[in-house]
Structure formats: C-alpha cells, structure tokens
Write a protein that binds this ligand. Sequence first.
Ligand code: KIV
Length: 287
Amino acid sequence: MAARTPMTVPAVAARKVRDGADPLVMVTAYDAPGARIADEAGVDMILVGDSLAMVVLGYDDTLQVTIDDMAHHTAAVARAKPSSLIVGDLPWLSYHVSTAETVRNAATLVRAGAQSVKLEGGRKRVPMIEAIVDAEIPVMGHLGLTPQSMHAMGGFKVQARESQAALELVADAKALQHAGCFAIVLEGVPDEVAGMVTDALDVPTIGIGAGVRCDGQVLVSPDLLGIEDRVAPKFVRRYASIKDESVRALGEYAADVRSGAFPSAAESYHLNAEQSEALALYGAEAG
Ligand code: KIV
C-alpha cells in the first residue's frame, strides 16, 4: 500500500463538514496489529482509548486502568508507525489532582508515542486543558456521556436530553474550544443536540452515539469488528464477525490436532534422504 501523508493536529482541527470537508474517521486500537489494520484501512485518527479496560483487559468499567496501562498500550500502537494521528486517552484520576501531575501524565503518553491526548469533562476541566496545551500537547475534549463519570451520572445514560442540559453542553463545548481543544468527542447525546454543538464550534466534533450531524465518527474497534459481542449498544454497527470466525477457526484447529490431521507432511520439516539413511544405519529409525 502506498504511504499516506501523516495526519496532523492542525489538519484535524480544520476539518469542518460545513466547510465542505469529509467527515473525520477515528477508531480505537490498543496494540501494534490493531494499529496496522486501522492505518491500512485509512482512518484519520487512532484513539488508544481507556475502553482498553473493558474490551481488552476484562474490567467492568474504564475506572480501573492507570496511566502506566495507557502508556504501555500507546507505545505498542506507536511502534506500528501509523500515518493516522495517535490520540492517547488520559485515564480517570490522571488529570484530576493537580495541573503539575496532569501535565506529567499527558507527557507520559506523548513519550509513549501519542501525538495528542484526550480527556473527559466540561468547564471544570479548563485549567487542566490549558496547562496541557501550554506544555505544547494538543488536547481533544470529550463531552456528553463520559464513562469515567459513570457513578456520578448513575450509569451509562444518554445525556443532554432536556433543553437546559443541551444549552449547558453547548457552553461546555465552547469553553473547551476556548481553552485550546483541537476537537471534541460527543458521546451519547441526541442527534439534534450534537448538531447544535457542531454548529456552535470552529473545531470538529467527533460523535459516538451522537447521530450524523457531527464532523466525524468514532467507534470502539472490537465492537465494530464483532470481537466484543457481549453487548450491542444501539449506536454500534457491526462490520464483521471476527469473534465468530475466530471461534470457528480455533475449533477446526482443535479438531484437526485431535484427529491427527494437523500437521500434515507438508507442514513438517524433513531430513534429506542421505541423513535419513545415516540415522537408519545407527538404528535411530526404530524409535
Ligand atoms: O475510550 C474510548 O474508547 C473512548 C471512545 C468511546 C470515544 O473514549
């Protein structure tokens, strides 16, 4: 495949659909093979999301991953050297304690290979966003259904369903843009509200469960590939059934091993005739 021009933060920041741009495409990846697949598919951005906790590490929520977990997986993605822009997700409690700790944690992801970081929350996160941006690290915002606030929200619930909450969301989005965010993820909000936010901003919005009026879309790769098949949120479209195909393939392999059909002679290494004969002379063939 021909090499693509690497995606940059300024190029993403300028992508507004209302100006005639194509919608941005972002997917998650957590390791080098996942990053290579996303890159070859031509996605604009790879998010090393804290969804890592649930879709890779087996936790029940995203609150369990640490900055070290995120750095470990960001580094694996970066080793694939994708042309897609790498966004590293700051996990819960890595940007809540102090601005100094926040900047250090963002820098940990950059040193691991992220070209930008993402964090969740509205106006109250502005001081942290400004501190990270001040350290020359681009920040992507994340509003609406923010999974790191699951206990405060009372679960994974669609947000901004009422007019006052919708106006608050627009105000949060404007504050994030003013603080220097180059793009904002909108998760789990009504299509109309996502449209209002998108219209109110000069930076792009990237939706997940936020309808078609955003400047781009993001999905969790194991969901869209059908690797994670335990839950099927309404907003996920499955483009493949990789788990089913993998279970079938491993089942066939197990049957072939048990029946002796694997490995075949063609899948085995063999001595040449001379060496084989020499071993026979020494009686080695008997065993
Ligand atoms: O962690 C993640 O995968 C995310 C996306 C759902 C946007 O934050």
